[in-house]
Design a protein around this ligand. Structure first.
Ligand SMILES: [Zn+2]
Length: 268
């Protein structure tokens, strides 16, 4: 076989591999399911089983990077209790909207991590993390429930799964570009892709806010708990730069939107 043929085959192999990954995480294995909260059938790039498996795989490293599980058992217990109450309300809400307990199979887990950063995270499939830096600044259960409810929204509305699918596709593309065009161009594309996959879209953040608001209503919390957290971010951000403000939409707009919401009127 001549070098030209080999080169063509190599290039073809790389292009096909990248195309396959894109196809895989775009449409092919996506499960179609009835989303009771949006009231319509939807398909998602990552099937539920994959989301759960990936979340489980990612959790130990993720936790370690955030300083590990916080040793205070009472603190973990309080977060667990509030999280469990929200999950109970979530399942009742789902049933009332004609859902089939699909969300019940998400192994939701609420964990405080020792990091002093002020942030909260959700992995696909259920693990939800709250930093000690954030928890130590919250003064009420309603505020804590607000943060957890927002993160639950990202999982249940499949924002985490979509974000992961996008970053898997971006990684495949960067790999392909590195093989074909070299490291420099790959670095440039990788940087752009990392920026894209760093945050949820503005629309997803607002949808998770509205979802969290309604979930708080249904779990018997003051639904303005989430708005109070954003006010806290504003105060903290005025004093020093706050990581969460650089990756999230302006809290002022979110507070204003939350003030227009009413219990029992969730619109996705
Ligand atoms: Zn969010």
């Amino acid at each position: 076989m001549g070098t030209d043929t080999q080169l063509v085959l190599t290039v073809l192999g790389i292009v096909l591999t990248v195309a396959l990954v894109w196809l895989l995480f775009s449409v092919v294995p996506g499960d179609t399911y009835f989303n009771p909260f949006r009231g319509r059938w939807e398909s998602v790039a990552l099937p539920q089983g994959w989301q759960i498996k990936l979340g489980r795989e990612l959790a130990p490293d993720f936790e370690r990077e955030l300083g590990g599980s916080h040793p205070n058992g009472a603190l973990q217990g309080r977060v667990y209790q509030i999280g469990a109450r929200l999950v109970g309300a979530l399942h009742r809400w789902e049933r009332s909207r004609g859902g089939n307990l699909e969300w019940a199979v998400f192994p939701f887990r609420f964990r405080v991590v020792a990091s002093e950063r002020v942030n909260a995270f959700a992995l696909p499939g259920g693990p939800i993390y709250l930093t000690y830096g954030l928890l130590s600044k919250l003064s009420t259960d309603d505020q804590l429930a607000g943060v957890l409810g927002h993160e639950l929204g990202h999982v249940v509305l499949r924002h985490t799964a979509q974000k992961l699918a996008v970053s898997l596709k971006a990684n495949a593309l960067v790999w392909g570009i590195r093989r074909l065009f070299g490291q420099d161009i790959a670095d440039w594309v990788g940087g752009a892709a990392a920026l894209l996959s760093l945050k949820y879209s503005r629309d997803q953040e607002r949808e998770a806010d509205r979802f969290g608001f309604e979930l708080l209503c249904r779990a018997g919390h003051n639904p303005q708990g989430l708005g109070q957290v954003f006010r806290l971010f504003q105060q903290l951000g005025a004093r020093s730069s706050l990581e969460i403000l650089s990756t999230h939409p302006d809290p002022g707009n979110r507070i204003r939107e939350l003030q227009t919401l009413r219990c029992g009127q969730f619109v996705p």
